[in-house]
Design a protein around this ligand. Sequence first.
Ligand SMILES: [Ca+2]
Ligand SMILES: [Ca+2]
Length: 280
Amino acid sequence: MNPRNFIAFCCLFPLTTQLGASSIMVNEYYNGSASVGVGTKMARDEFIEFVIVEKTSSASLAALTFGDSNDATSQLQGVFRFDQAALDQALTNAGIQQFLPGTILVVKGADLGTQQLGYSPGTGGWTIELTAGQGAQDHSERLINGNVTIGNNGDVVWISSSNPPTRNSDTSGLIHAIGHDNAPGLIATTVSSAFGAENILNSTITTGRSVSNVGNTTESLQVVAGGTRGVANGGANSLWINGLRGASLSAVPEPSRAVLLLAGVIGIVCQRRRKGGAHV
Ligand SMILES: [Ca+2]
Ligand SMILES: [Ca+2]
């Protein structure tokens, strides 16, 4: 490999491997207008929605960082992490060991209601809502110490395997990101080249709107008034997420089906014995 190819390889390889490795994707983010909640580092009326695409443990999720950029999309701004205890509580409530594909994780500001950990995929409860300052928290190392606030002019909402990013331009660990900007800065242009131009909407947005993916693993970003917090975004996004859920549930019941079948056989045997006993 000549030096030029080697440099190209080093630049491209981490990004292409991370594309395939993304176990969680940013599905939507909402641009509110409220101030940052005291002690929460997030705007009180905003939310970020993620969708889990591979079976994932609470420890794996807690090892990630996520956040936003500044309005110029030139620097990372706020860096958050998931609180593992909150995630474990949701798993305990569901009675399962890992989060299933098709699960929606919401991180929301302090004004958007209480935390929702009643996870229950088997009965249609696929959404977990984590409140900023509780189940989703500002990263303690504080190398990048901004608030998570969505901007009208531009923003990039990202999730990263790097814990935390080493500087406000460090995109090396990003596993997924979406954003908007009509004059993309460094972070937006990096996301665009790493994950696809469709991951950055070439537009400004107004308050009270969300940027949501109405596609699947290939983004199709739309601006939606009010947003759809905690539920799939419609169109191909809903088809895709419902497909993930269906596959999750059909994968889970195999042992249960065997148990049910066994229980049925035992029931028939017992019934025959009882019937047999009556004739004696
Ligand atoms: Ca921002
Ligand atoms: Ca949604």
